[in-house]
Design a protein around this ligand. Structure first.
Ligand code: AMP
Length: 430
């Protein structure tokens, strides 16, 4: 029978690599704690309309990459009709939850983070998967709580710099742009449409459609032949209104004060419709073609689009897969060897070994239990192969005398150790 394989674009994360993931998640949780962010968990499935109304119908994510299906209900007689989607990102879900649970009634700004899988039907390649993981955060709240202020943007970006530092990723570049707001975007869209009018017949069919429906999305185009044309198009930065200009200048000033280097990339628009004003991306040289390690931006107006009250906000999503990859490039392996392999020798010793293992584990010693069917040589070989630091021999003589042979597998030294001192000795050499 042929074996069943994992779905294209998905992958299994196996030990020891999972240790890297756990390390990253523990480190980011700790950073979120000191910045007073709290975890939110939203469902992996949402109403498809949520993404159409937030991420946007003309984006690649919604128009090409959604996993979505019509929910038929359990019985034939049940009404069908709702379209359900696997979430391609988590900001929309968080804002939906913010509205659904009237989180604006809570004091101050909501400072939320999430860690979880997202789904996009992209062409899989290194660093790009159909199920991938994001670590993200959002700061959202009523304008009266200060949610529109560029100080929030600066704090979020500063937190990211700390986060990268904590997980040991250096050598990143912060690219920054302002994509304007609902007041100044229309004038820019007009300028863009005008500029596109003369060149659009040379561009791809997606661009031709977007030039009419949503011209900003032309800037997301990845078709190589279109790039020289896109490079010559007008940029939003030249069309910012007074308030967007001040917001952007203030943010840059704050980042400079905080010693966070950044470059302005006037063409970066980040592929999602809900962004206004600040848009940013951190890139990393070690990642190759998929070099965006994380991205984010401001989304004032998104809550209203989803039927909620005014709730300006800013957030980001780190690609955890790429985060782990960038860490691995730095060479830190994080393998945690098991402290001791317990080798029962002879009939009836399984029982004694199990008791000893329980005792040691209660003292925080990690232990793997061997098998009394093995001879001493095979036990020691197994202990070495699994990378144990010690082998502990449990034979009849040891049990009756209360002294056990403990072999340090690194140095090869063996000593006799009284039962009650085993845990202390094993731990002291970690
Ligand atoms: P976005 O939600 O598009 O703003 O993406 C934020 C980050 O998620 C990107 O910078 C990537 O690091 C990561 N990311 C997006 N799509 C994928 C994917 N298909 N596979 C792996 N990581 C991804």
């Amino acid at each position: 029978m042929s074996a069943i394989k994992s779905i294209r674009g998905t992958r299994d994360l196996l030990p020891p690599e999972t240790a890297q993931w756990n390390f990253v998640e523990a480190a980011v949780r700790d950073v979120f704690r000191i910045y007073n962010f709290h975890e939110i968990r939203t469902p992996i499935i949402e109403d498809l309309q949520l993404f159409q109304r937030s991420v946007g119908e003309e984006t690649d994510i919604v128009s090409k990459e959604m996993f979505a299906w019509e929910d038929r209900g359990r019985a034939e007689s049940e009404k069908s009709g709702q379209w359900i989607a696997l979430r391609p990102e988590n900001t929309a879900g968080v804002v939906r939850a913010y509205i659904e649970h009237k989180m604006w009634e809570r004091p101050g700004l909501q400072r939320l983070f999430y860690i979880g899988p997202q789904f996009r039907r992209e062409r899989p390649q290194k660093g790009r998967y159909r199920q991938f993981y994001q670590i993200g955060a959002e700061v959202i709240g009523p304008p009266a709580a200060g949610s529109e202020s560029p100080t929030v943007d600066a704090e979020v970006i500063e937190m990211l710099a700390t986060l990268l530092d904590r997980v040991g990723i250096s050598g990143w570049t912060l690219e920054l742009n302002s994509v304007g707001c609902k007041d100044c975007r229309p004038a820019y869209n007009n300028a863009l449409r005008e500029a596109l009018a003369g060149v659009i017949d040379k561009m791809c069919s997606d661009c031709q459609r977007r030039a009419v429906t949503n011209p900003l999305r032309v800037l997301d185009c990845k078709v190589p032949a279109d790039q020289p044309i896109i490079a010559k198009l007008p940029v939003m930065l030249d069309y910012l209104d007074e308030s967007c200009r001040i917001h952007f200048a203030k943010l840059q000033e704050l980042l400079t004060t905080l010693s966070i280097d950044h470059v302005v990339n006037a063409q970066m628009v980040r592929g999602i419709d809900y962004y206004v004003k600040t848009a940013f991306e951190f890139t990393h040289g070690a990642l190759g073609a998929q070099n965006a390690i994380l991205g984010g931006g401001r989304y004032d107006g998104l809550s209203e689009n989803l039927g909620g009250p005014p709730a300006p906000g800013i957030g980001f999503a780190i690609g955890e897969d790429r985060f782990v990859m960038a860490r691995q490039q730095s060479g830190d392996t994080l393998t945690q060897p098991v402290d001791v392999y317990i080798a029962p020798l002879g009939e009836g010793m399984d029982r004694e070994a199990a008791l000893l293992a329980r005792e040691l584990r209660r003292h925080d010693v990690s232990a793997e239990l061997g098998n009394e069917g093995f001879r001493l040589k095979k036990s020691l070989e197994t202990a070495s192969r699994i990378g144990a630091r010690y082998a502990l021999i449990v034979g009849e003589n040891e049990v009756s005398s209360g002294e056990f042979a403990l072999k340090n597998l690194g140095t090869g030294e063996q000593q006799k150790v009284p039962r009650r001192e085993l845990a202390k000795i094993i731990q002291s050499s970690r």
